[in-house]
Design a protein. Structure first.
Length: 135
């Protein structure tokens, strides 16, 4: 179980994650507006990409992100891991055939997917954003 501990790998991984999350949110917005099987297929592709990124996250060494000795290295990426798993669960609820049920069910599902994607983006931004140190 080898861990990758170069900070450049984290930067590349976070960049890929950000692109996938932004694209998926755009597809959810478009699907909410006018539906379409192409959008569902695009979200299925995003689900596969996010599953791969989630697997890769397990290989990245969270100690690279540690701000100081008081922060447990294993806890640093836990929020992001949880957010990605939630996104995958929400995306699994989409039907590739486009049969999303009633309009109300569809809107509810798309809102929950968008919220999960937003939370994932927030968690990723908190890892890549500037570090705040207490005085």
């Amino acid at each position: 179980n080898r861990r990758y501990s170069r900070s450049s790998l984290w930067i590349e991984w976070l960049d890929r994650l950000n692109r996938v999350l932004q694209s998926a949110r755009s597809d959810v917005t478009a699907l909410a507006r006018n539906g379409g099987a192409r959008r569902i297929l695009a979200l299925e592709r995003a689900r596969r990409q996010l599953a791969a990124l989630t697997d890769e996250l397990r290989l990245l060494d969270p100690r690279v992100l540690a701000r100081d000795a008081t922060v447990a290295a294993g806890d640093i990426a836990a929020g992001l891991q949880s957010a990605l798993e939630t996104i995958l669960l929400r995306l699994d609820d989409l039907s590739p055939e486009g049969a999303l049920g009633s309009t109300r069910d569809r809107e509810s599902l798309l809102c929950s997917i968008d919220a999960a994607l937003r939370d994932g983006s927030y968690e990723a931004a908190s890892l890549s954003g500037p570090r705040r140190h207490s005085a």
